[in-house]
Design a binder for this molecule. Structure first.
Ligand code: ADP
Ligand code: S3P
Ligand code: MG
Length: 175
C-alpha cells in the first residue's frame, strides 16, 4: 500500500505521545488524532470505564479492532501505550507512515505517572510497573522504525529530535 505522510507515535504511558503529537502535527501541517479518543467515541465510555466494566484484555481487544479499522492518512497518530499488543492494528498503522518510538527510562516514566493503578493502563492485575515496562519495551522496539530517546529532553527538544529523524527517513524504500 502506498505510504501517506502520517507519523505514528508509540511508547509507554507518560512518554509524551499525546502532548507531543499535537505539536508535531502543527509543525508538519498534518491532522492530529489520539486513538484513545477513537476508542472512547466508539464505545461511548472512558477507557477506565471499559476496564472497570470488563477487564484489561477487553480493552486491548477493543483497541485492536478500532486501530485495525482506522483510516488515518496524513495524520500524526498518538496511540495508547497498549496498541502494540495488536499485530493487525500495527500493520494497519504502518501502512500510513513511519512508527516513532518515544523511548523513556522506567525512572523518568515513574516520575511522570503518579496514578499507575488507576490511570486506565491495560495491564494484568498485580503486574508491576517494572514487569510491564520490560514486556512493552520489547514490543516497542520490534515495531519502531525510528527511536527517539526522551530522557533529559523537554518537549521542544524531543520535537526537534523527531523532526530531524523524520527528515532523515524520507525515503521509505530505504527502510
Ligand atoms: N519530554 C518531556 N519532558 C517532560 N515532561 C513531559 C515530556 N513529554 C511529556 N511530558 C509530560 O508527561 C505527561 C504525560 O504526557 P502524555 O502526552 O499524556 O503521554 P502519553 O500520551 O504518552 O501517555 C504530561 O504531563 C506531559 O506534559
Ligand atoms: O498503556 C496502556 O495500557 C494504556 C495507555 C493509555 O494511553 P496513553 O499511553 O496515552 O497514556 C490508554 O490507551 C489506555 O488507558 C491503556
Ligand atoms: Mg496519550
Amino acid at each position: 500500500m502506498k505510504k501517506t505522510r502520517s507519523v505514528v507515535l508509540i511508547g509507554m504511558p507518560g512518554a509524551g505521545k499525546s502532548t507531543l503529537g499535537v505539536l508535531l502535527a502543527k509543525e508538519l501541517a498534518l491532522d492530529f488524532v489520539d486513538t484513545d479518543m477513537l476508542i472512547q467515541l466508539r464505545e461511548d465510555r472512558t477507557l477506565q470505564e471499559i476496564i472497570n466494566g470488563s477487564d484489561y484484555l477487553n480493552l486491548r481487544r477493543i483497541e485492536g479492532e478500532v486501530i485495525a479499522a482506522a483510516h488515518l492518512p496524513n495524520h500524526v497518530i498518538a496511540t495508547g501505550g497498549s496498541v502494540v499488543y495488536s499485530e493487525e492494528g500495527m500493520a494497519n498503522l504502518r501502512s500510513f507512515g513511519p512508527i516513532v518510538f518515544l523511548n523513556c527510562s522506567a525512572e523518568e516514566l515513574r516520575r511522570r505517572i503518579h496514578n499507575y493503578e488507576n490511570r486506565g493502563i491495560a495491564k494484568a492485575p498485580g503486574q508491576s510497573f517494572a514487569e510491564l515496562f520490560a514486556e512493552r519495551q520489547a514490543l516497542y522496539r520490534q515495531y519502531a522504525d525510528i527511536t527517539v530517546d526522551c530522557d533529559g529532553r523537554d518537549l521542544q527538544q524531543v520535537l526537534e529530535c523527531v523532526l530531524e529523524e523524520l527528515e532523515g527517513d524520507r525515503d521509505p524504500g530505504a527502510r
